[in-house]
Design a protein around this ligand. Structure first.
Ligand SMILES: Nc1nc2c(ncn2[C@@H]2O[C@H](COP(=O)(O)OP(=O)(O)O)[C@@H](O)[C@H]2O)c(=O)[nH]1
Ligand SMILES: [Mg+2]
Length: 247
């Protein structure tokens, strides 16, 4: 019998003592029922560790769920946590999603099937035609659209939504691309996509259903400033040139 393909699903978390016990069992059940053709694992990737009871609650859950693991990365930052866990896991496909499960889970199989059909990266999108978004504030909607227009203007990239917390990547692409992705925080996603597309990796964008969770950990002004600085750095340093040269 052919070996099953392997899939790692990462949940980046920071101070999520409410969502971890509520949503990890939902996601686990979903994977168990819908991803039988894969050998999969679910990883809670914490930073710090969290200051609330996330570590204890997560470790307790791992006792009841065989394919659930808890990893704590000492250095702060969601992007750095994703990079480190993605680089360490050996799975064929790597993905992540926000622990509030704002992205409708039914789209996960679409992301993975795009990877199976040759995409290097597959991303959920709230801004592509066909997406349905519920409960997002006007401010976040305007900022998100403006930011993504800025990316397309300066980098001539084709994806519409850099920041959706729902992405998947093939292991080989991750290994080639991640060493060039520097940001350890929220700009990580944008840097991965801009650098990836400019270096010639194939990105597929899937319009999804998104139900916004108002309990956000994002500090909008600070994150926006980090994004602007990140875009300026990429515009000047053009890291994709190094990848193109090493291919
Ligand atoms: N590992 C890690 N995860 C984080 C950190 N900050 C936020 N997250 C997680 O990133 C995901 C998205 O955060 P959320 O507050 O829902 O962002 P929003 O939906 O964009 O407002 C959630 O799963 C958070 O727990 C961090 O510093 N480290
Ligand atoms: Mg959220």
């Amino acid at each position: 019998m052919a070996q099953k393909l392997t899939l790692s699903v990462i949940l980046p978390v920071y101070n999520e003592e409410k969502d971890v016990p509520r949503n990890v069992p939902i996601l686990y059940k979903y994977l168990k029922e819908n991803f039988t053709q894969y050998s999969w694992e679910l990883i809670i990737a914490d930073n710090g560790p969290s200051k609330d009871r996330t570590p204890e609650i997560s470790k307790e859950l791992t006792k009841n769920y065989r394919s659930l693991f808890y990893i704590c990365i000492p250095r702060p930052g969601r992007g750095g946590a994703l990079k480190e866990v993605w680089q360490k896991r050996k799975s064929d496909y790597l993905c992540y999603m926000d622990v509030d499960l704002s992205s409708d889970l039914s789209f996960l199989s679409q992301l993975i099937s795009f990877l199976e059909n040759g995409a290097d990266i597959a991303i959920g999108s709230r801004l592509k035609r066909g997406a349905k978004v519920y409960g997002r504030t006007l401010l976040r909607e305007i900022m998100s659209r403006g930011y993504n227009i800025l990316i397309r203007t300066f980098f001539w990239t084709s994806f519409c939504d850099a920041q959706c917390g729902f992405k998947a990547i093939r292991k080989e692409a991750a290994m080639k691309l991640l060493p060039y992705v520097e940001d350890k925080g929220w700009f990580f996603d944008s840097e991965l996509l801009i650098t990836g597309e400019k270096a010639g990796f194939k990105i597929k964008e899937v319009p999804i259903v998104w139900r916004d969770d108002p309990a956000s950990t994002v500090k909008v002004a600070k994150t926006a400033w980090g994004d602007i600085k990140g875009l300026a750095r990429l515009f000047i340093t053009r890291p994709w040139k190094k990848i193109q040269n090493s291919k």
